[in-house]
Design a protein around this ligand. Structure first.
Ligand code: UGA
Length: 447
């Protein structure tokens, strides 16, 4: 009989994972403790913007016309425990307030709520990003608190999906990593992932700590690449070099690779910043803090880029205070193809200039509602053209395709001054210059 799957937590990770499991042919039951989320999902609506996810969900949510009906949602833990053979834990692990460590309370409470309902053999699979050592602790908790005892097993299966590509990354992951303690767990997970494995996704079997470390080390490596190129951008600025050319040239070496070498205002979002901090905090607890002190530098190079963008803007406006200056900000989300503004470098730059007296007007294709609720005092416009109208300087801070397709000549007609600063090294400098703009980008020679 086909495995029955449950997904606990229906945020980014969980909603995508649940829909993908249904797409792979399994019966799926998703659970969340927030009633509004469940109501939305039952109507086939996704609580965030993610390309392709709503279509995937609507193809499977029970009750939606023409759907397979394989995907249902509940708030009832007993129903969940009764239903599933494999339970995926997909709740988030945000940074703890005022600390570097991550907040494990959602994971802990998910496991505590589930355990009493595991009456027969079951596999609980953690997907959340957790401090190394958590799986060991949670496995012991399950064995002690589940009526099934040792038959309630745990596995760790970190997730590598990127926002904006969540559907494709989940259906065709570039690797599947499973930390397991028994052949039975491995067999079950091979069954769950049979389709992507057949289609070529590598399947890496490991122990608990390695599985947990794979995730945090992958994100640390990505963060390191970005901060490395941003440090090179600082050197390019000091020497008149061009960081975009530098990245291209070093990237031809396939030991280095070209990806994740785009200099600019740096990384943000709900993952990389908090993951490197939680990793440092955990290393400290383990007495291995020296191994990760370099991440402190990665973090500070990254945070410095936001301030550098503010200073570049000030310079372009004549060097004085921002008072009375109108600043158009294109982009609010931490990356394109997402409505996520968590720790967004774009909003951080917009906010700093606003707090220093600048009149900031922001436009973003999908992030307006989230940006408004986080930063209600910033100005907002309904289009890029409206944001630019009357501006003394235009900042390009999130690299949406829509911004690359803007007509610089048209924008030039409504701007007070034709000055554009590219904080993402993604605009076509020549096209803007031809249209009479003074063009500056981080780590590249000036106008
Ligand atoms: C990241 C990882 O890439 C995923 O593999 C991982 O699963 C996920 O975190 C997670 O832990 O859940 P994501 O947060 O969606 O995914 O975003 P990224 O695509 O990694 O981008 C992060 C930030 O780096 C963005 O703000 C982006 O603008 C910035 N970035 C990226 C650069 O500044 N330069 C680059 O060259 C690339």
């Amino acid at each position: 009989m086909a495995l029955k799957i449950t997904v606990i937590g229906t945020g980014y990770l969980g909603a995508t994972h649940a829909a993908a499991m249904a797409e792979l042919g399994f019966e799926v039951l998703g659970l969340d403790v927030v009633p509004e989320k469940i109501d939305k999902l039952r109507r086939g609506e996704v609580p965030m913007y993610e390309p392709g996810l709503e279509e995937l969900l609507r193809r499977h949510v029970a009750g939606i016309e023409g759907s397979t009906g394989r995907l249902r949602f509940t708030m009832d833990w007993a129903e969940l425990g009764e239903f599933g053979d494999v339970h995926f834990v997909c709740v988030n692990t945000p940074q703890r307030h005022g600390e570097y460590a991550c907040d494990m309370s959602y994971v802990d409470s998910a496991i505590a709520s589930l355990a009493p309902h595991l009456k027969g053999p079951a596999l609980v699979v953690g997907k959340s990003t957790v401090p190394v050592g958590s799986a060991d602790r949670l496995a012991a908790y399950l064995a002690e608190h589940a009526p099934a005892g040792a038959d309630a097993e745990l596995a760790w299966n970190p997730e590598f999906l990127r926002e904006g590509f969540a559907v494709q990354d989940t259906l065709r992951p570039d690797r599947i990593v499973v930390g397991v303690r028994s052949e039975r767990s491995e067999k079950l997970l091979r069954e769950v992932y049979a389709t992507p494995v057949e289609e070529g996704s590598p399947f890496v079997v490991t122990d608990f700590p390695t599985a947990e470390l794979v995730k945090t080390s992958a994100n640390s490596f990505l963060a390191t690449k970005i901060s490395f190129i941003n440090a090179m951008a600082e050197l390019c600025e000091a020497t008149g070099g061009d960081v975009a050319k530098l990245a291209e040239a070093i990237g031809y070496d396939d030991r280095i690779g070209r990806k994740f070498l785009r200099a600019g205002i740096g990384f943000g979002g709900g993952c990389l910043p908090k993951d490197i901090r939680a990793f440092m905090a955990r290393a400290g607890e383990l007495g291995a803090d020296q191994a990760l002190t370099f991440l402190r530098e990665i973090d500070s190079i990254n945070m410095r880029q936001r301030g550098r963008m503010v200073e570049l803007t000030r310079q372009e406006l004549g060097g004085g205070p921002f008072l009375g200056k109108r600043v158009a900000v294109l982009g609010a989300t931490f990356k394109p193809d997402s409505d996520d503004v968590r720790d967004s470098p774009a909003l951080n730059v917009a906010g700093q200039i606003h707090l220093q007296g600048g009149q900031v007007t922001v436009y973003d294709p999908k992030g307006m509602d989230n940006a408004r609720s986080l930063f209600p005092t910033l100005g907002y416009a309904d289009s890029a053209l409206e944001a630019v109208r009357g501006a003394h300087v235009v900042l390009h801070l999130t690299e949406w395709r829509e911004f690359r397709e803007l007509d610089p000549a048209k924008l030039g007609e409504v701007a007070a001054e034709r000055v554009v600063l590219d904080g993402r090294n993604a605009l076509d400098a020549e096209a803007w210059r031809r249209a009479g703009w003074r063009f500056r980008a981080m780590g590249r020679p000036g106008a």
